[in-house]
Design a protein around this ligand. Structure first.
Ligand code: EPU
Length: 345
């Protein structure tokens, strides 16, 4: 990473005196790992966030967006640029729709949806981090994923320098300063919407800052939804590491296709039926649970998690990640794809 020059740092700090320099990113991640962000800017004001990104880009400063830090590995050397974080946690419920700022906590939105008698997002309680991050990665668990519930997403796209509201079939485009709503305001065009895929969305491919998310649910039965939510919380407790520092699942589950490697012969029929081989099962089958590099350990509860046993470095986690990938490939021919986000590597 090329160090940021003093002038560029000063240019940003002049525009945003409340930005911080050299903020340790380990304080912002679930793994409790990560070196400093050369510049760090947090605000609950979406327009200021967009402005910060514009100023940074004009000064040729790399920009990274931090959601809740739940699915993120930050390098030990940190990030030589500006990390921006939306701290707006606003959640509004109107009839069957919930509109939340990107910084709102996903599990809290799920709990509020249930308390308001809405059904369809009980599983959201199992998603750590913010709703912005959940949309970005089309997060999912226990049979649900974000694409099932998202109605629209308002996002600022850096490269086009515009704010758009993306839905599955339509996008509205606003050009000009964020929030000004001038120009082609409200003009609907055929578009590609959020382009959700398995742990994927357009926001991963077109650098976009998610500002606001609207989910649409159904009127439900309060007692039934509460029961469902409790069952999800209980299932998570038994199948995933609890109270440990981790970044969630490391790898995507493997989708079986015709030219699948022949080295795996013992695939349980259940996985053949669903067409997906869980990464956790593959890693477990390779006997890797409990494997350790420094304080980084393959969870003994769920093999698709690496836990930080105390003082793991990003390098330890990364080395263990590569070791898992190599062993699984040697034994099964499958190259596991990463699900966790890397910053500063
Ligand atoms: N399995 C093993 N050994 C393990 C882990 C799993 O044999 O160490 C087997 C299980 O016995 C089961 C199968 O693999 O037969 C699937 O395991 P599990 O039900 O735990 O689900 P998963 O496919 O491993 C997915 C998501 C999780 C989500 C859970 C619960 C991915 C990569 N992971 O895990 O999402 O919480 O389902 O619905 O899609 C995440 O995305 O960060 C994440 C944790």
């Amino acid at each position: 990473m090329t160090p940021l020059s003093r002038e560029r740092i000063r240019a940003f700090m002049r525009a945003f005196p409340d930005a911080q320099s050299d903020l340790p990113l380990r304080t912002k991640t679930y793994l409790k790992i990560g070196g400093p962000a050369r510049l760090f800017f947090e605000t609950d004001d979406g327009d200021r966030l967009v402005h910060a990104i514009r100023v940074a880009r004009a000064a040729d400063i790399p920009v990274a967006i931090l959601g809740g830090g739940s699915n993120l590995l930050v390098a030990d050397a940190g990030y030589e640029g500006v990390v921006v974080q939306n701290t707006d946690r606003d959640i509004r419920i109107k009839e069957d729709r919930i509109t939340a700022a990107a910084g709102a906590i996903t599990a809290l939105i799920a709990r509020k949806s249930v308390d308001s008698g809405l059904a369809g997002f009980e599983w959201g309680v199992g998603i750590p981090g913010t709703i912005g991050g959940a949309v970005y990665g089309n997060a999912g668990c226990f049979g649900g994923e974000m694409r099932d519930v998202v109605e629209s997403v308002e996002a600022y796209f850096f490269d086009q320098d515009m704010t758009m509201t993306c839905t599955e079939n339509v996008r509205t485009v606003r050009r000009g300063p964020a929030g000004s709503d001038k120009g082609r305001s409200g003009k609907k065009r055929a578009g590609m919407g959020c382009r959700f895929g398995y742990r994927d969305s357009r926001f991963k491919h077109e650098t976009g800052l998610i500002l606001r998310v609207t989910v649409q649910l159904k009127a439900g039965d309060l007692a039934a939804s509460k029961k469902k939510m409790d069952a999800i919380i209980a299932a998570r407790k038994t199948t995933q590491p609890q109270g440990a520092f981790s970044a969630g699942c490391l790898f995507k589950n493997y989708e079986i296709h015709a030219d699948q490697p022949s080295a795996i012969t013992n695939i349980p029929s259940e996985f053949r039926r669903t067409g997906t081989i869980p990464a956790g099962w593959l890693i477990d089958t390779c006997g890797l649970k409990g494997t350790r590099i420094g304080d980084a350990e393959v969870s003994r509860v769920h093999a698709n998690f690496i836990v930080n046993r105390g003082h793991a470095t990003a390098e330890d986690i990364h080395a263990l990640y590569l070791l898992i990938q190599k062993r699984v490939q040697e034994k099964t021919g499958i190259v596991l794809e990463n699900e966790v986000q890397f910053l500063g590597f």
